[in-house]
Design a protein around this ligand. Structure first.
Ligand SMILES: Cc1ncc(COP(=O)(O)O)c(C=O)c1O
Length: 429
C-alpha cells in the first residue's frame, strides 16, 4: 500500500508538473504577438509577413510540420478563444437558469452564422458536428436506399468516408462502386468521363472527396455535382480538407450534402466539424443520433446537430478560426498554400520523385504527393522525425504526402529537402 508520505510527495510532484505545464502553455500564448502582422508587410517583405504569422503557433521553432493534412495546429487566437469560452461558461452563473455550457440542444446561431457566411450557404443548412467522419456517417446512414441501389465514389476515399457506405452495404445490401482515379489525374474531363461511364440506372448517390486524402487531388466538384443533378442522383461531397485551404462556396458548388473537418486547414479546434445539407434535401435525410427535436422539420439542419451534451468552448475556437482566416484573408492563404506546394512539388520532381499530384494547377492546392521508390516512406518518416524533428506522412510502400500550410516557412521546406537528400545519400537510395 502506498504510505501517506509517498502519496503526498507523488501528489505534490504531479501538481507541480501540471502547474508547470499550465504555466508553460499560458506563457507561450502570452509570448505570441497580440496582433497579426499588417497586410502591407506582405507587399514589402512576403517572407517576413508569414514568419510573423508563424509566431501565433505553438509548434516549436525547430520543428517542421509537413502533415497539416492529417490535423492542423490551433494557433494562439483560437486557443485563447477556447479558454475564453470556458471562462465565460464554467462559472455556472449564466443569466438564464436554463443556459448551460454543455448545451447540445441549441441553435448555436452565434457559431453557425459566421460559418455559413464563410462557406456560402444559409445557417439553417448547417449542422455543427465533430468532424467529417461523423458528418459522412450522417449522410450514408440518413439516405433511404434499397438493396441493389448504388453509391458511386472514387478509389481514393478516406476510411471515414468509405466505411459508412460499407456498413450500409453490409447491413442493407446497397452496392458500393468505385471509379479508379489515374495517378496523377491529368484534367477535370478525365474525372467527369470516368464518373459518367460508371453511372447506371441504380446509381442513387455520387459520393467523392473534394480533395482526396490519398493524393490531395482537387476533384472538379462543381461539375460532378452538376452531372449528378442532371441524372437525378444525390451528390454528397467529403470536403474534410477544403475549408481553410481554399475558397469554398457551397451554393456555387451545387452539392446536396457536404462534410468537413475545420480542424485541418482552418486550424480550428479538434472536434469541430460540420454537415451541410441543401435546404431542398434536408427533409429527405434521416437523423442518426437522436434526442429532442429529431423529427421536427422546422428546425431544418439544426435537427442533425442535436447530439446531447457537447463541448461549447470548442465552438468558440471554431468561430475564432474563421475570424483568423478572414483577418488574414482567404485569398492570401490560398495563394500561399499554392505557392509552397508548387515549390515543394517541383523540388521533389527534380529529385526523381514521381508526381501523383495533378499537373493541372486547378486540381491541386496545398498537398503534394510524390512516389519516391526505393525510399520506404515509414523508414524515412521515422528517420526524419527522430533525427531532425521533421514530421511527414505518406502511404506504404513509397508515397510521401507533403502538406504545405501557410504557416510553414520556405526555409522549413529547404531543410526538409536537404535532409531528404542526406537520407538518400546515407541509405544509398
Ligand atoms: C477526405 C477525408 N475525409 C475524412 C477524413 C476524416 O477526418 P476526421 O478524422 O476529421 O473525421 C479525412 C482525414 O484525413 C480525409 O482526408
Amino acid at each position: 500500500m502506498l504510505d501517506r508520505r509517498r502519496f503526498l510527495t507523488a501528489a505534490a510532484t504531479g501538481l507541480a508538473a501540471s502547474l508547470a505545464l499550465r504555466e508553460n502553455l499560458f506563457a507561450q500564448l502570452e509570448k505570441a504577438p497580440s496582433s497579426l502582422p499588417d497586410h502591407s508587410l506582405l507587399d514589402r517583405n512576403e517572407d517576413l509577413y508569414w514568419s510573423e504569422l508563424r509566431k501565433q503557433f505553438l509548434i516549436p521553432e525547430d520543428e517542421i510540420y509537413l502533415n497539416n493534412g492529417t490535423v492542423g495546429s490551433s494557433p494562439a487566437p483560437v486557443l485563447r478563444a477556447i479558454f475564453d469560452g470556458y471562462a465565460a461558461t464554467e462559472k455556472m452563473d449564466q443569466q438564464d437558469p436554463e443556459d448551460y455550457p454543455i448545451w447540445g440542444y441549441a441553435a448555436w446561431n452565434e457559431f453557425r452564422d459566421p460559418l455559413a457566411e464563410f462557406v456560402g450557404c444559409n445557417r439553417d443548412e448547417i449542422a455543427l458536428l465533430r468532424n467529417a467522419t461523423e458528418a459522412n456517417s450522417y449522410i450514408a446512414n440518413g439516405i433511404d436506399m434499397k438493396p441493389g441501389d448504388e453509391v458511386l465514389m472514387t478509389d481514393q476515399e478516406h476510411p471515414g468516408g468509405l466505411h459508412p457506405w460499407d456498413l450500409k452495404a453490409k447491413r442493407y445490401g446497397i452496392v458500393v462502386k468505385k471509379v479508379k482515379l489515374p495517378l496523377p489525374v491529368k484534367n477535370a474531363g478525365q474525372v467527369l468521363e470516368l464518373f459518367s461511364e460508371a453511372i447506371t440506372p441504380r446509381t442513387r448517390v455520387l459520393f467523392f472527396s473534394h480533395i482526396t486524402t490519398f493524393s490531395g487531388v482537387v476533384l472538379p466538384a462543381k461539375e460532378l455535382c452538376a452531372l449528378a443533378r442532371s441524372k437525378g442522383i444525390l451528390s454528397a461531397v467529403d470536403g474534410a480538407h477544403v475549408i481553410g485551404m481554399m475558397r469554398l462556396n457551397l451554393r456555387e458548388l451545387g452539392c446536396d450534402m457536404y462534410s468537413s473537418s475545420p480542424h485541418k486547414w482552418l486550424q480550428a479546434p479538434k472536434g469541430t466539424g460540420f454537415l451541410y445539407v441543401r435546404d431542398e434535401v434536408i427533409d429527405r435525410l434521416w437523423n442518426t443520433i437522436v434526442t429532442e427535436g429529431w423529427d421536427e422539420p422546422k428546425l431544418r439542419a439544426e435537427r442533425f446537430q442535436r447530439i446531447g451534451s457537447s463541448n461549447v468552448p470548442a465552438l468558440w475556437g471554431l468561430r475564432a478560426s474563421i475570424k483568423l482566416a478572414n483577418d488574414i484573408g482567404l485569398e492570401r492563404i490560398e495563394h500561399r498554400h499554392r505557392q509552397l506546394c508548387d515549390y515543394i512539388l517541383a523540388e521533389m520532381i527534380k529529385r526523381g520523385g514521381e508526381s501523383w499530384t495533378s499537373p493541372e494547377p486547378a486540381l491541386r492546392c496545398a498537398i503534394a504527393t510524390v512516389n519516391v521508390p526505393p525510399v520506404a516512406r515509414m523508414e524515412l518518416e521515422n528517420w526524419m522525425w527522430k533525427t531532425y524533428k521533421i514530421r511527414i506522412r505518406g502511404g506504404d510502400p513509397n508515397k510521401l504526402r507533403l502538406s504545405t500550410p501557410y504557416y510553414l516557412q520556405k526555409k522549413d521546406i529547404d531543410r526538409f529537402l536537404e535532409k531528404f537528400d542526406e537520407y538518400k545519400r546515407e541509405k544509398n537510395a
